[in-house]
Design a protein around this ligand. Sequence first.
Ligand code: ATP
Ligand code: MG
Length: 256
Amino acid sequence: MAKIFCVANQKGGVGKTTTTVNLAASLAAQNQRVLVVDLDPQGNASMGSGIDKMGLEQSVYHVLIGMSDVASARVKSETGGYDVLPANRDLAGAEVELVEFEQREELLKNALAPVLADYDFVLIDCPPALSLLTLNGLCAANGVIVPMQCEYFALEGLSDLVNTIKQVHANLNPSLTIIGLLRVMFDPRTTLQQQVSDQLMAHFGDKVFNTIIPRNVRLAEAPSYGMPGVNFDKSSRGAQAYMQFGAEMIQRIKTM
Ligand code: ATP
Ligand code: MG
């Protein structure tokens, strides 16, 4: 049975999508069966996995509104070695449409149930908002992976997310926990980043992943080739860090 992880942070551009596709490719390279759910109307995780988001007949939108199911809407990422439930602009309207549905926070959870036996990991790439879409991700998940840059305001933004996760845990999904905070786009030469990283460790202890993802231009170049960085340039420091992160996740779920 798959373990389901939400990659979430309401802050934009912090590395959610880069983490989702590269963790997926890393896990796939380590013989894990992976489904990526693109829960962002921007469709970046779909594009970054080599899937043409404009040409989709079915997407996560159709699944959420009950017009399709995951088994028929998923597609294979040839460049990543995993499956994708893709997204595009269609999803932007869902936020409003879904309000009329009963149990509207649990649509994704219910849709995923029939395919969980097909995978070891389901990774959900959330949009940069604490919206109904993100709520669907949090309700479906066993745990949250929070990518963050070690910057001055990072800790402040974290408290909103932590509170939302606590509320979802209390009211909707008692199995939800923060699996870990992942330091991304890290530059060890910057004193401030080192300081924030130290604060993070002091505050969150073993909730901080051991792996640190460095700032690495190869990771940023890969999406324009429709490839996860892990496969685009295997020898790059970014690719190696995400490979290590995959190994760390495989270890973590053994104790879940
Ligand atoms: P959004 O909130 O818009 O969904 P996001 O949190 O998903 O954004 P990404 O799209 O993953 O963030 O990353 C933002 C930008 O930073 C992208 O251009 C990406 O290529 C780049 N980037 C992400 N991680 C790294 C890294 N480790 N090194 C260099 N560039 C990175
Ligand atoms: Mg994104």
